[in-house]
Design a protein around this ligand. Sequence first.
Ligand code: MD3
Ligand code: FE
Length: 203
Amino acid sequence: MLELAPGLIHHPGFFDRAAQVALVEAVRDVLKAAPLFTPRMPRTGKAFSVRMSNCGPLGWVSDIDGYRYQATHPATGTPWPPMPEAVAACWNALAGTALAPQACLINFYEPSARMGLHQDRDEQEFSAPVVSISLGDSALYRFGGTERRGPTRSIRLESGDVIVMGGASRLCFHGIDRIHAGTSTLLPQGGRINLTLRRVSPA
Ligand code: MD3
Ligand code: FE
């Protein structure tokens, strides 16, 4: 593992190929029950380039009314499917907290998708880290400090990597600048899946 900044830990190759294949299979099952939706920016309604779904008790959604966590899928109205065992096990191995994860956001990136620099601050509990799992094509991940205008660094995230953002890095700015299309054979149609695990509320 590599400490990129205080509390920002990179675990390259945490999941081996067989574990990645099993995770993709589990994500496909989740998406059958909770299909990908296109989130929209609050106020403007502009579509994100990333499509999303969730599993676990709570899911993160964004629409014209704002960002929030909710227990049901915005289109189907049904509860999010359970978090796959291997995803919860990753949190238990790396998060360093007794609090259980409540939300697993699934981000699907086509090669042209991006995620602008932002902070994750829609949670009511910041003592737990955010744990992020990368699958499929590699991505250029950018992170800075807790001020939007501060300096940033970039690293490449590969399929099977896990990033833990806790402590002093829990509220750091971060984003995905580009997807390196064709760099992984994990997803037959290409693209990238990111699973982001979060604790939303205090114990
Ligand atoms: C939180 N996702 O969903 S990894 C997001 O790869 C998000 O899809 C990106 O940012 C993705 O909110 C980046 C998750 C991540 C990375 C760094 C963080 C979350 C973080 C640093 C501080 C707090
Ligand atoms: Fe984020």
